[in-house]
Design a binder for this molecule. Structure first.
Ligand SMILES: [Zn+2]
Length: 281
């Protein structure tokens, strides 16, 4: 393959073979909001030419402070359309498929084959969707890189803010066995309105609901996306072992890697390993 001169500065880091690996890889991004829009832009500049984009949400006035590529004229448009446009401006020859629907609806149609991707990026707002992504990628034997922002608000005051990346299955370990999913939020996703009202009375309204429209700024999202894309890049081209879990504390300034080992038993990690054993790629 002849190397495009636009990648000469990237090749200085990971070589022509690494660039060719990236250019021929296939990625899916679920969630094209504050973090996902950065992911699309960076992956396109990195040389990725095959994208599948999934997000049911529309651009609003309040997303214009952080949605990469969006202008005031885009308010009301699907976020996947903005991401597709941004990627195609950077990579005019890219194959970009877009689903303006929820992840469950897109995967339910059968037209979204998660086993066909080198990696699935997740930049979604809720843990029930993260659990769906974890379950489906483990069953397909596809690594899943989850990027999330987090803001801790106590009594109306921001106590901490930042986010994290979790590279599920690339080595053993995932959101479930590292206990990174909010069990109460997952239980509430299956409750009736009456059960939710009872749950609110017994335990109070959860933080995930109170912060549904919490603070979100472009620079913090950009760091989280950059950390995620870098972990994908170093893993895919073989520069170094990727970190399973990286936490960004923007309130104190720093990125920390978790050194915890995963437990020996995890249904999602076991499923992934069984699938990879059956169908090595
Ligand atoms: Zn696990």
């Amino acid at each position: 393959m002849t190397l495009d001169p636009r990648y000469s500065r990237s090749v200085g880091l990971f070589g022509a073979s690494g660039q060719n690996l990236l250019s021929s890889s296939r990625v899916a991004i679920v969630g094209l909001g504050g973090i996902g829009s950065h992911l699309g832009q960076q992956l396109a500049y990195l040389g990725i030419e095959s994208f599948s984009l999934i997000d049911h949400d529309l651009v609003t006035d309040s997303s214009l402070n952080r949605l990469v590529g969006a202008t005031a004229e885009d308010v009301g448009s699907p976020k996947v359309d903005i991401a597709k446009r941004t990627i195609e401006l950077i990579q005019p020859g890219a194959d970009v498929r877009a689903w303006a629907s929820s992840f469950s609806d897109a995967s339910g149609t059968g037209s979204l084959d998660l086993s066909s991707f080198d990696v699935v990026f997740g930049a979604v707002d809720t843990d029930p969707v993260r659990l769906d992504l974890l379950s489906e990628t483990s069953a397909c034997g596809t690594p899943y890189l989850d990027c999330a922002s987090d803001v801790l608000v106590e009594d109306g005051m921001v106590e901490a803010f930042g986010g994290r990346t979790a590279f599920n299955f690339v080595e053993r370990g995932c959101l479930a066995c590292f206990d990174l999913l909010d069990q109460r939020e997952l239980r509430r996703a299956t409750m009736t309105p009456e059960e939710l009202a009872t749950d609110d009375r017994l335990y109070g309204v959860p933080r995930s609901v109170l912060n549904a429209r919490g603070p979100s700024v472009i620079s913090v999202n950009g760091v989280i996306a950059s950390v995620g894309v870098t972990e994908f890049m170093v893993w895919h081209v073989g520069l170094r072992r990727p970190q399973r879990l990286l936490t960004y504390r923007a309130d104190v300034g720093g990125v920390r890697a978790s050194l915890d080992d995963p437990p020996e038993v995890c249904p999602y990690c076991d499923m992934y390993e069984a699938r990879r054993t059956i169908e090595p790629t």
